[in-house]
Design a protein around this ligand. Structure first.
Ligand code: DAH
Length: 342
C-alpha cells in the first residue's frame, strides 16, 4: 500500500501542475467552463481521485484525504481568480460604483451652418430647384472668364484667392457652377448649388478666408425679374418669417445684367431701425440679377431664346442673422461651447 500511496501523491502533483498550467491559458468564459467540468466538475478528474481514496486503508486515508482537499481548494481558488479576471475586475473589490449617476453620453450633431443650409435647401427644393455641387479647385476660366470677368478687370480684385497655378485656383464663388451646369444640360435649369468658397481675405469678425455660399440659377423662356423677386421674397419669408419684405438695390456683378443687392426688412425691428440693421431698417442678404447674355453664350445657350436669373448668398452670413451670431470665425473654430448651443 505504500507504493500505491506514492502513486496517488504523484497523480495529485501531476494534476495540480497540469490543471493550473491549463488554467493559465484560459481566455474566455467558455474555455473556463470546459476547464471546470474537466478538473473540478462532479464527474471530473478531482472527483475520480477522491473516489480512489476508498481503496486505501483507514491509516492512510485521512492524510491522503487532506492532501486531496488541499489540491481541491487550490484549484477552486485559482478558478475564482480567473473567473473574476474574465469579468474584468482585479478581485480587489468592486471598481464600479453603481450608485453614481450615469454620465450622459456625448451626442454629436450637425454644424449650425449645415442646419441652416438644410433649411435653405428645403425651401428651394419645394420650389422645384434641384441641388448640384461642383469642384472647389476650379479652373480660372470657369471662376472668372466664362462669368464675364475680363482679364485684368477690377472686379477680379474683389475676389483675390489662392492660386494652384496660373490656370487653376480655389474658387472664390459658387457661380462657376452656373456655367458647368448649363454646359452639361439643355434649358430649362432650376438648381441651387451649396459649397465652400475661398478668398484671400484679412480675417476678422465678418471676413473669413473660407466660407460657404448658396448659388441659385433659374433659366427658361420668358424668365423675368419678377420671377426673381417672387422667388427671393418667398425664400426670405420662409426662413425669416412671413412679415419680411425685400427690396432690390442696383449693383454690379459681371455675370448678371441688371444686377442687384437684395435687402430684407430687419427681423429685429420690423424695419423701424435698430442695432441689428445699423438703423437702416434693412439687411443685405444676397447678390442677384438677370443672367448676362455673355454668360449664356459662354455656356452654349442662346440668349435670344432663354432668359434667367441667378443669386448667391453666404451661408454663414444667413446663419449669423438667423441666430444672432456676431463673429464668422466661430464657424471654423470647432469650439463645442459654441457648437453645442445649436
Ligand atoms: N458670386 C457672387 C459673390 O460671390 C454672388 C452672386 C451675386 C451670385 C449675384 C449670383 C449673382 O449668382 O447673380 O459675390
Amino acid at each position: 500500500m505504500v507504493e500505491q500511496a506514492g502513486a496517488l501523491r504523484q497523480r495529485i502533483a501531476t494534476m495540480r501542475d497540469t490543471a493550473l498550467a491549463q488554467l493559465q491559458s484560459v481566455a474566455d468564459r467558455e474555455a473556463l467552463e470546459a476547464w471546470r467540468v474537466r478538473w473540478v466538475g462532479r464527474k471530473g478528474e478531482l472527483s475520480a481521485l477522491f473516489v480512489s481514496l476508498s481503496g486505501f486503508d483507514s491509516a492512510q486515508r485521512p492524510q491522503l484525504g487532506r492532501e486531496l482537499n488541499t489540491l481541491k481548494s487550490t484549484l477552486h481558488e485559482e478558478l475564482q481568480q480567473v473567473e473574476s479576471r474574465l469579468r474584468g475586475d482585479s478581485g480587489a473589490g468592486p471598481k464600479v460604483d453603481a450608485s453614481l449617476p450615469g454620465r450622459p453620453r456625448w451626442v454629436g450633431g450637425h454644424h449650425i451652418a449645415l442646419q441652416v443650409l438644410d433649411e435653405m435647401l428645403a425651401i428651394f427644393e419645394r420650389l422645384g430647384f434641384s441641388i448640384a455641387t461642383g469642384p472647389e479647385v476650379e479652373l480660372e476660366s470657369y471662376n472668372f472668364e466664362a462669368l464675364n470677368f475680363p482679364p485684368n478687370h477690377p472686379a477680379r480684385d474683389l475676389q483675390d484667392t489662392f492660386w494652384i497655378d496660373d490656370r487653376v485656383l480655389l474658387r472664390t464663388q459658387t457661380s462657376p457652377m452656373q456655367v458647368r451646369i448649363m454646359r452639361s444640360q439643355p434649358p430649362p435649369v432650376r438648381i441651387v448649388v451649396p459649397g465652400r468658397v475661398y478668398r484671400n481675405e484679412q480675417i476678422d469678425a465678418s471676413h473669413a478666408a473660407e466660407f460657404f455660399q448658396l448659388e441659385g440659377l433659374y433659366v427658361d423662356r420668358n424668365v423675368s425679374m419678377i420671377d426673381l423677386k417672387a422667388t427671393v421674397s418667398h425664400f426670405v419669408q420662409r426662413l425669416f418669417g412671413s412679415g419680411r419684405s425685400v427690396r432690390f438695390k442696383p449693383h454690379f456683378f459681371p455675370f448678371t445684367e441688371p444686377s442687384v443687392d437684395v435687402d430684407m426688412t430687419c427681423f429685429a425691428c420690423q424695419g423701424r431701425g435698430c442695432r441689428v440693421c445699423g438703423n437702416e431698417g434693412w439687411i443685405e442678404i444676397m447678390g442677384a440679377g438677370m443672367v448676362h447674355p455673355n454668360v449664356f453664350e459662354a455656356s452654349g445657350y442662346d440668349p435670344e431664346e432663354v432668359t434667367g436669373f441667378a443669386f448667391g448668398m453666404g451661408i454663414e452670413r444667413i446663419s449669423m442673422l438667423r441666430h444672432g451670431i456676431n463673429d464668422i470665425r466661430l464657424f471654423l473654430e470647432n469650439d463645442v461651447r459654441f457648437l453645442s448651443q445649436f
